[in-house]
Write a protein that binds this ligand. Structure first.
Ligand code: MN
Ligand code: MN
Length: 306
């Protein structure tokens, strides 16, 4: 039997990479033959973490063989998973997203909690199993929590995330604010990305009620700088809309300093943005005060307006 593979979603973020590495360690401790892999390029924020720890990027895979045994972290929707996931044997899932169009042939472990980060659930799993957390895993989990909660400022952040981060920071002996800001800042350096890369960096394909959507997001320290590239960004968004036959492409440029987003929205259902946020789209764009979380403040809000 080949190795079990553990991975997060396509267009991986820090939680998807770090949680896969941590889950690999946890399962290895339990004697499983397992490898953490990734479904896309590593972003700069995650690179900062891996460099800090001086560890290698997980191996990239594009698809899997039929019957491959897998563990999913930080996602469950098949549209966000590896190609051929329909024919995999999903052994476990650890996730903090809505569950959507998920189906298996066999029973499985499914750990889901509505917390701010997959790594928070993994942290609790270590604790429940009385398994010691080493410095490397502590920093991986802490980084994922900082990333997903935007240093505890996102409305998705729960008391559990804060408690986990506090304990992990003490294990790692690290100054969370200082390390966290540097890590988040490393992720906002997007100057060398093309517009196509920008809209793909953290893009998720999701089904709203009846609409095929991509909700993409980038973190920035300056919305204004990013908006200088608006025309070219829109050009690339239009191409993707046509290629994938999307009803709506929602691109959120999130100011991680002030916790707001500027949305660029295209597609025949772009208009739902207006009633969803009580704004007017002008030149396909609107400022969304206080909106930072795709999971809590974008996907469900758009769904309600359909
Ligand atoms: Mn994620
Ligand atoms: Mn996550």
């Amino acid at each position: 039997m080949s190795k079990i593979l553990v991975f997060g979603h396509k267009n991986p973020d820090t939680d998807s990479i770090c949680s896969a590495l941590v889950k690999e360690k946890f399962e290895k401790n339990n004697g499983l033959d397992i490898e953490a892999v990734r479904l896309g390029n590593i972003n700069k924020e995650t690179k900062y973490v891996l460099n800090y720890l001086n560890i290698e990027e997980p191996r990239y895979i594009e698809s899997i063989d039929d019957e491959q045994e897998v563990i999913l972290v930080d996602h469950n929707e098949f549209t966000q998973s590896v190609n051929n996931i329909e024919n995999a044997k999903i052994k476990k899932v650890v996730d903090h997203h809505r569950i959507c169009e998920f189906k298996t042939a066999e029973p499985l472990y499914y750990l889901a909690e509505p917390v701010g980060c997959t790594s928070t659930i993994l942290y609790k799993e270590f604790k429940r199993n009385n398994m010691q957390i080493e410095r490397k895993e502590a920093i991986l989990m802490l980084s994922a929590i900082i990333s997903d909660t935007l240093l505890f400022k996102s409305p998705t952040c729960t008391e559990d995330d804060k408690l986990a981060a506090k304990d992990l920071a003490s294990i790692a002996n690290i100054d969370v604010e200082k390390y966290g800001l540097e890590m988040l800042k490393a992720g906002t350096d997007l100057s060398d990305l093309t517009e196509l890369e920008l809209i793909n960096l953290d893009a998720k394909e999701v089904m709203l009620k009846n609409s095929k959507a991509i909700i993409a997001q980038v973190n920035t320290a300056s919305i204004e700088d990013m908006m200088k590239r608006k025309d070219k960004i829109e050009e690339e968004m239009k191409k993707v809309i046509e290629e994938k036959n999307l009803d709506i492409f929602f691109f959120a440029i999130t100011d991680i300093i002030n916790s707001n987003s500027q949305a660029i929205v295209l597609g025949k259902k772009a208009y739902i943005t207006e009633s969803a946020y009580n704004v007017k789209l002008e030149n396909n764009t609107a400022f969304l005060k206080g909106v930072v979380s795709r999971k809590k403040q974008i996907i469900p809000v758009l769904m309600e307006q359909e």
